[in-house]
Every structure is written in structure tokens, then in C-alpha cells.
Design a binder for this molecule. Sequence first.
Ligand SMILES: O=C(O)c1cc(C(=O)O)oc(=O)c1
Length: 294
Amino acid sequence: MTKDYMPFHASPRKPRFSAPAGAVDAHCHVFGPAAQFPFAPERKYTPVDASKEKLFALRDHLGLLRNVIVQATCHGADNAALVDALDAADGLARGVAVVNADVTDAELRALDAAGVRGVRFNFVKRLVDDTPRDVFKAIAARVNALGWHIVVYFEAPDLPDLIPFLSELPGVIVVDHMGRPDVTAGVQSEGFKLFQSFMADNPNIWVKVSCPERLTVAGPPYDDVVPFARTLVERFPDRVLWGTDWPHPNMKSHMPDDGELVDTIPRVAPTEALQRALLVDNPMRLYWPEEPVK
Ligand SMILES: O=C(O)c1cc(C(=O)O)oc(=O)c1
């Protein structure tokens, strides 16, 4: 395990907020177990195991119904642990994979059959080595043909440079963790305005209003992050997703209580209509389009 690695919260409290029926945790991970699914040699951190059983128990404890499991960098482009979790989820989980340029069409089809609906491109330097943009473009075209979308993880200072590239990618693009704004700069900052105009200009851009625990400077209950998430939810209600980010790799300041994270939802989505869009309608449209939402 990486030195000083913080394990996930052992016993999160029950949320006070009751999520609407059918709510989706649209960003979470499984790690290992390493004995069965070894971590990637090129990884930048080594986490504690975070099994599918623990993830599904947390889902139930929090009053959620479904998961979108996102391939984490510590597993590189070996999606075996992700697929194992999808297989065990009884249709209640979908996946976002990481693939290399040499992935075969047969491998992509197998991932699709397992429930993968997206591919993740990571630009965060502390997490991954650089991937040439032409490689990402070629992968984007191939997965677009399968009807998948693209999930991107970057930090706010990198957005100006990325906008021309991201604007050329086909299909839906989902931005992880609000594009990691500097919350000390405030919602009126140029950086956050740029992010919003990027979304306003490109109707295919969606955003996860996740990770207050990563973005906060003030700490729980995340008063400094809530206005950012709320601004996006109110301005782009049909293009927002929410997720726990369990098991919260690489946290340094504190480990969030997942029950408390759920309790931020009514503060970022203050009406029942916004909560339903955020937690049910939007993720169902993207990940389970074949299922009629009641
Ligand atoms: O900020 C992080 O450290 C982080 C890492 C990963 C990953 O390793 O994939 O995923 C996330 O969503 C966030």
C-alpha cells in the first residue's frame, strides 16, 4: 500500500436524505482484491482492496439502487476487476473502462457485453503517464461506433488547452468531478466561468457534480464546494450526474463519511425534480437507455 494511504470509512452513517427510488451512484470504483486482480505495474498508487461486495453493501446502506463503476488508474487498462464486479451486479451496474490503442474489436465487444458503456481518458499527471491525443482520438472513434461515451478527468488549469481537443471528440463527454475547480476562487471566477461556457457551447458535455471531499479546503460539510455543484445542477439539469467516488483513493486531508456525502445532495439539487434528474433520469438515459424510467 502507498505510504499514508487512507482506507475508506469503515462505518459510514445512514444518510438523512432519502434518495428517489432507482438512484444511481454514477462514479465509484472497485480495487482488487489484489490477490485475485493484481494492480497495474505502471500504477501511481497502491490502494487498499475495495471489493465489489463492499461496494454493493454500501450502495444498499446509502439507499441507492445502481452503480456506475469507473476503471481506476491503479488497475491500468486491465479491466478484469471491473468486469468481475459487473458480472456480479445482476444488471444493477454499468462500467466505464480504460483501454489502450491496441485493444481489439473483440475485446471491446466483450466489454460491451459485460455492461461497459464508456471509456475513460485521464489527463491528471499525478495519476497517469501522458497519452498522445491521436491515440485518444482513435479510441474515441472506435467506441463511438459502439454507442459508448467518453469520461474525462482533468484539472481546471488544463481546460483551456483541452477545449479544442475535447470539442472534436464524438458523442457524449462526461467530465469527472466538475473539472476540479479551485473552490477558493469562488463561483464567479474566470476558471469556473470558462467551464460553464464550455458546457453551454457544447451540448454533448455532461458533468459529475462529485468529490466535494477532494475539492474542499474548508472540509465537511463542504460549504465551499456546494455552490459550484449547485450552479451546474441548476444551469444544466439534464447533463449532471452524481457519484460517491467510493473508495476515495489518494485522500490526504480526511476520509469522507459516505452518508454525509449523500446528505450534500439536497443542498446541490434543492428540488425533487432536480434530484430526480441528477440521480435517476440522467444516469438512466446514459447507462440504461433500454430500461423505461418509471
Ligand atoms: O483524484 C484521484 O486521486 C482519483 C483517482 C482515480 C483513479 O485512480 O482512477 O479516480 C478518481 O476518480 C479520482
